[in-house]
Design a binder for this molecule. Sequence first.
Ligand SMILES: [Zn+2]
Ligand SMILES: [Zn+2]
Length: 423
Amino acid sequence: MKTAAVRGFRDILPEESALWQMLVTQARTSFAAYGFSEIIVPILEKTDLFARAIGETTDIVEKEMYTFPDRDESSLTLRPEGTASVIRAYIEHSLHQKEPVSKLFYIGPMFRRERPQKGRYRQFHQIGAEILGRDDPLIDAELLLMLHDFFVALQLEVTLDINSLGCPTCRPGYREQLRAFGESKLAALCEDCHSRLNRNPLRLLDCKKDGCRQATAQAPALADSLCDPCRTHFTSVQERLRQEQVRIVVNPRLVRGLDYYCRTSFEILAEGLGSQNAVCGGGRYDGLVEQLGGPAIPGIGFAIGVERLAMLIQAQNRDFATPPEVFIAPLGAAAEHQAFAVARRLRSSGYRVELESGGRGLKAQMRRADKLAARHVLILGEDELAAGKGTVRDMQTKTDRPMSVDLSLATPDLMNAIRNAGN
Ligand SMILES: [Zn+2]
Ligand SMILES: [Zn+2]
């Protein structure tokens, strides 16, 4: 009997992992340009961390986490997101005492026991970043510019939705306004919204059901209730982005559930992902570090869904394969011996080389080279080798060119000789 992967978990095979490598490399490049460093945190944390960071009454913590008792009965959880671990590490290592501002990014798997569907897995991956130690509008704009640059570098057309969630001064009043508004529309709202009304009226605004969206179309907007400092902050973030020609859409329905979220909140949306079209979400969370037992230090961050990002890139039909530069085709046992040495030398200098067994005929080897999309084939026959000769087939032009195979050549010269054979 075969054993299959766990439901909602999957393998990323080489044809797809090449694309992933490209994404991750681009993220590292784009983020480094803005002064970010990578932080690598554990996949497993104490359950309590997520209950405190994400909220006990959220769907993630109530229904979706992989939580289990360790052998000593303490409760452990496979991380459902990255921010909580980053903040935990930030506090645990007192990073705020070493640097006034920390810019950190992470890349890795997260785990949520949701219903698997297209593009959604129970083990999924995120590329995320956090800035801790600054709360001015300039840094919010910088983070969004970095994201913008990243998506441009990936040649993806995206929309940046932003909103301001206000602060503990101005949001409570708005929350009450919205609650009163919701009460007046009770009959038109769904079951979920009924319970949201008491727990967290802001969530009325992001209900996806048509009835609720219609009922809340005329709801008061948070933008009209912002206090002066929040209004100035929000205006300034938008100005910085427009100054850099970043297209933004102010979306009053962009809200988040928890109290520590404040001010700048954003989502990056892309066509081609169906109804769940957000590929990145994030925002400011000035109360979170303190809530997790650290000092009162402001923060802002985002997480990008790698599976969704990969789907967008796959739709472009770009090729990320890295075919061999040289395919060495030895003919006969003695040639195989020398081919082995040539392959080893080129590879140890970083050239991508594929080597066939000398027992196979030339035709079969050529078919294999074609399949691998090798750029050049170096054919080594025994008689020719004895005379210090080989043949290079240019696989693009399909022409054969003789070359002298001088095995005493330095490796880069040997590679150049292969590339320029016959010239
Ligand atoms: Zn405010
Ligand atoms: Zn609803």
